[in-house]
Design a protein around this ligand. Sequence first.
Ligand code: NAP
Length: 288
Amino acid sequence: MHQSSIFILHPSSFHLGLIGYPLGHSLSPRIHTAALQACRLQGDYSLFPIHPDDQQGLKDLLARVRSGEITGLNVTIPHKQNVIPLLDELTPTAQAIGAVNTIYLRDNKLIGHNTDAQGFITDLKRATNSAFCTPHSALVLGAGGSARAVVYALLNDGWNVTIAARRIEQAQQLALSFPNYQLQITNYSSFIFYAKHSSFILLVNATPIGMTPNIDQSPLPENITLSQHTIIYDLVYNPRETKLVKDARAQGLSAATGLGMLIEQAALAFEIWTGHNPPREIMLSSIS
Ligand code: NAP
């Protein structure tokens, strides 16, 4: 995957920010401000809410990156794909995933990268018992933007991946993005049957099921018993312990929410923009 060791001439003050819509509840300003302070750097992190129809707003903001006024941007829903035609280059990771979450200027070119995949796989290994978490079979629920990054990361790490999606055509599109790999696809409505009769050891929730305010929802029925070796990774991080994770832990399974991935993908972007490797625990404590 893309490494952040590329040479960038770093400014004395870092003007960072996030493009998305809406952005009212974003945790990114707190996380990145903590990183700037921990690394003793001057700078700020602003929110740039740009309406999905406001193409000119997107162009104007990217022009400020090109001019050097803004050092770097994160990108979230609904612009992770919209920005691609406005950039000069994509890193191989962003190209493969088909989505950008980090923008920076290099050699006067606007580059789009994606740190979600590396953020996910790094946190998966950190948060779960890595003795169990060796590449095997994984079942990914959902086929949207984050599922693309998760699937890319797992395939690169040597996992066999099955995608469970309620719209099969969405999963098929995802599979077409990775033509060199054999991806299995199952219908979301029958994934419980699949879960009971297959030997996957990692279940990743890449749907919003269980996210605030629907905190009583889980993709798994309460009465299902999974193998004691199953690892659960829920990309949802709000609430801090989702019902999926709570139920899994009650069964004695290794389980994590996506808070660590959120921190890791932010830290990787921060390192690209500033050249500094920020302390994850300080970034995490800024939102705890
Ligand atoms: P997305 O692009 O909208 O994709 C969501 C996927 O889930 C789609 O395939 C969608 O199917 C499916 N889905 C939604 N509701 C469902 C339901 N009730 N039953 C079955 N499938 C359902 O969203 P995303 O960007 O991938 O985000 C997914 C979740 O991951 C969100 O909660 C987000 O906050 C979280 N996330 C966390 C991180 C992190 O750093 N931890 C990073 C990115 C995302 P349809 O297209 O048919 O609706």
